[in-house]
Ligand binder design. Structure first.
Ligand code: NAD
Length: 494
């Protein structure tokens, strides 16, 4: 990539970026706009429409027209070819997409660039799925020539609502199964990070996506988000975000009994057994939380370490954390970028005060990071709390910031019970060189994904999602495609 600062200035100059409804790039019907702020320095990158219920309604109508019109005539092989064309365009535009993401939501550029394998994999994996969807012929108990079979049909118009913490992967993982199955979509990005999602829609349109198949309505959760969740013309809602918003969306969806999939928050445990390979475990346990400044749903924020090695292990994670480079995401050597907004920064500060107030001790970090190059943004030191007990707020609540709560444990039974004693069930990590221990823990932990001697692995072909209050439904793999399909039984009296 050429000089990043020069490219950034060319990409966003503060001007208006319209949203996509029915193939047309336009402003909100109300004429209202909102600012897209660069979290690294607080500057305004662009303005985007502040869409509301009227815009959502127009987008849903466009999505319905496309679903019943041109898109319905696409064969699975044409949908597959389109997805593969989009993948090619993504490959060409990858650096620009990553630059946009880094400017819009702060993720370090080294991390956005590294996501290419996964995002292109999504497009290519679902291109394969598009031509693999089929029903069954099923023997039945009727005498005579009565035949029964099933066909799989796209569920219809899907409403997608996503958070700000991973706009590229987050939006692509919503959009591509819709395209593979023949659904159409109205997607509302987070008001904190709309720009890269708009860029993605442009790339898909240029690759030949028919008008109305994908519509992007930018706006707030309270206005555009709530209108989408309630809209009677939407057949299914797919949502990623906080558990509280997921509950509100599930309630809103009951009015029309639309189907809902929810990918929600977490308070994931990482368990380091006394037989762990410590050299391998230290950087992984650190980055299980500090990657993306802790703004990841799967953050392994409860670090349980066998008492025999607890002191040494936590000290080594602290040393690792203290060496991480904090700075604007656009700097090639930045490990920890800014927090998305003042509101989120205040939440994190609240937990940094709550920990010591409840008796936790600061092992490293503990406050904001300031200094040259950090002006205008909200930066935090990677923080580890020791002396944490299970009842403290820092051990129970999702912080969504770079904060680890470290706790010793004595037995496997004990650590399983404590790790599972949370309303969440999104992910878990286990470090052990003993095969039996690894298996035992992996099976007994109540989480949608368990990683052994690794963390963070998410793949297009492997199901991902939550248990308990981390949500329901799965993204990834053939299970993801099921989320976008209905089954119809066909009976024939021959
Ligand atoms: P959020 O719930 O505040 O917002 C998510 C989206 O919902 C945004 O687009 C927002 O505008 C919209 N929204 C807000 N209120 C709404 C309403 N009443 N009706 C409809 N839409 C509404 O979450 P966030 O702060 O953007 O993201 C952080 C949260 O997302 C964390 O809890 C994190 O764990 C979770 N998350 C989960 C996953 C996962 O895959 N499980 C992935 C990323 C983030």
């Amino acid at each position: 990539m050429k000089d990043l600062q020069a490219s950034a200035a060319e990409l966003y100059d503060g001007s208006f970026r319209p949203m996509l409804v029915g193939g047309t790039w336009r402003g909100a019907q109300s004429g209202r706009e909102m600012q897209a702020i660069n979290p690294a320095d607080g500057t305004c990158l662009a303005t985007v429409p502040r869409g509301d219920a009227a815009d959502v309604d127009a987008a849903v109508q466009a999505a319905r027209a496309a679903f019943e019109g041109p898109w319905a005539r696409f064969t699975p092989y044409e949908r597959q070819a389109l997805l593969l064309r989009i993948a090619e365009r993504f490959e060409v535009e990858w650096d620009t997409l990553c630059l946009s993401d880094t400017l819009d939501m702060g993720m370090p550029i080294q991390r956005t660039l590294a996501n290419q394998r996964r995002v292109l994999g999504m497009l290519r994996f679902y291109a394969g799925q598009a031509v693999s969807i089929h029903g069954q012929t099923i023997p039945n108990s009727f005498p005579g020539d009565i035949y029964s079979s099933t066909v799989r049909e796209p569920v219809g118009v899907v409403g997608a609502i996503i958070p700000w913490n991973a706009p590229i992967a987050g939006s692509v993982w919503k959009i591509v199964p819709a395209l593979a199955t023949g659904c159409t979509m109205v997607l509302k990005p987070s008001e904190e990070a709309s720009l890269t999602v708009l860029m993605i829609a442009r790339i898909m349109q240029e690759a030949g996506l028919p008008d109305g198949v994908l519509n992007i309505v930018t706006g707030t959760g309270a206005e555009a988000g709530a209108a989408l969740a309630e809209h009677p013309g939407v057949d299914k809602i797919v949502f990623t975000g906080s558990t509280a918003t997921g509950q509100a969306i599930a309630r809103a969806a009951t009015g029309t009994l639309k189907r809902v999939s929810l990918e929600l928050g977490g308070k994931s445990p990482v368990i380091v057994c006394r037989d762990a390979d410590i050299d391998k475990a230290v950087p992984v346990a650190a980055m299980a939380v500090f990657a993306n400044s802790g703004q990841i749903c799967i953050a392994g924020s409860r670090l349980f370490v066998a008492r025999e090695i607890h002191g040494e292990f936590v000290r080594r994670v602290a040393d690792y954390a203290a060496a991480l480079k904090i700075g604007p995401g656009i700097a090639a050597d930045t490990d920890i970028g800014p927090i998305i907004s003042a509101r989120q920064a205040e939440r994190i500060e609240g937990y940094l005060s709550a920990g010591p107030a409840e008796g936790a001790e600061v092992v490293t970090g503990g406050g904001r990071a300031t200094g040259a190059g950090l002006e205008g943004g909200h930066y935090f030191q990677p923080t580890i709390f020791g002396g944490v007990t299970d009842d403290m707020r820092v051990a129970r609540e999702e912080i969504f910031g770079p904060v680890i709560s470290a706790m010793p444990f004595d037995t496997l039974d004990e650590v399983v019970a404590r790790a599972n004693a949370t309303p969440y069930g999104l992910a878990a990590g286990v470090f052990s060189t003993h095969l039996g221990t690894a298996h035992k823990l992996a099976h007994r932990l109540k989480a949608g994904s368990v990683w052994v001697n690794m963390y963070h692995a998410i793949d297009p072909a492997v199901p991902f999602g939550g248990m308990k209050m981390s949500g329901y439904g799965r993204e990834g793999g053939s299970e993801h495609v099921e989320e976008y399909l209905d089954t119809k039984a066909i009976w024939i009296n021959a």
